[in-house]
Design a protein around this ligand. Structure first.
Ligand code: ADP
Ligand code: MG
Length: 254
């Protein structure tokens, strides 16, 4: 692979909410097949930036591309189909669905569900089987297979995080964006989550994640990008970035 192989490139992205500029990113890029951490104090604009990149929210200005193709004005479903997927926290509605139903939902965007159902019933049936098989394989990989038919709401905090990650993989993404994958996870599952993220990279999946746990960031990131008050204030390898006084200030100031 080329040395500077960028999977995401974004320029001049601004998102304002009334008088507040939540995101004001001049330039941002993600290296293919690397693990990139996006860090910064609460309210820095990290989740908003994820929403913008994946089509769930619209910036006032800016351009960004994925694999060289513009994602500007693409819908979340179009973004997901192109190979870029973000994880979702288990909402109330998803909690009332079973684990396997949650997994199947992760594939819904991919198959053009309604079209297939209406016009290609045989094809739909085959796809349904394939989706279930794939979901079951992933559940084994994430050690959730025994929870297959439990309500997702009954899972522990760590198991929910595993489900969120497994669900995102249902659409065979090229890049997975994880928003605080370790939040609310007990230490026993932390290592397992770290291993899953490293395994993604080993399988050729690019990972971009938001995380507060600096221990985790240091251990698995190839590159760290720091946001504060909507702007990128520093980036580099983990050791360099964390030794940066401006980065330490941004955290202490929060
Ligand atoms: P982070 O994920 O880094 O903690 P967020 O992206 O969630 O930060 O929020 C960045 C800023 O934008 C915060 O000040 C937040 O209150 C504000 N914000 C986020 N979403 C909205 C919204 N839909 N309406 C108004 N303000 C918002
Ligand atoms: Mg956030």
């Amino acid at each position: 692979a080329p040395k500077m192989d960028k999977i995401i490139v974004a320029d001049n992205i601004q998102r304002r909410f009334g008088g507040l500029t939540a995101v004001d990113v001049e330039h941002f890029e993600v290296q293919r097949n690397a693990i990139t951490a996006l860090i910064g104090p609460n309210g820095a604009g990290k989740s908003t930036f994820f929403n913008l990149l994946t089509g769930f929210d619209r910036p006032q200005t800016g351009e960004w591309s994925f694999n060289g193709f513009s994602l500007h004005s693409k819908s979340p479903a179009q973004v997901a189909r192109s190979g870029m997927v973000r994880t979702f926290q288990l909402t109330k509605a998803l909690s009332r669905m079973t684990v396997i139903e949650n997994m199947r939902l992760g594939a819904a965007n991919q198959v053009g569900e309604n079209l297939a159902r209406a016009f290609f019933p045989a094809l739909w049936k085959k796809q349904e089987q394939e989706i279930t098989e794939k979901a079951e394989e992933l559940l084994v990989r994430f050690k959730l297979d025994k929870k297959r038919d439990d309500y997702a709401g009954e899972l522990s905090g760590g198991q929910r995080k595993l489900l969120e990650m497994a669900r995102a993989l249902m659409s065979d993404p090229e890049i997975v964006m994880l928003d605080e994958p370790m939040a609310g996870v007990n230490p026993a599952l932390t290592e397992s989550l770290l291993d899953h993220i490293i395994e993604l990279k080993n399988q050729g999946v690019t990972v971009l994640f938001v995380e507060h746990d600096m221990h985790m960031v240091r251990r698995i990131s190839d590159w760290v990008v720091v946001m504060a008050e909507g702007k990128i204030i520093a980036e580099g390898p983990p050791g360099t970035v964390m030794a940066n006084p401006a980065v330490q200030d941004a955290y202490l100031g929060a």
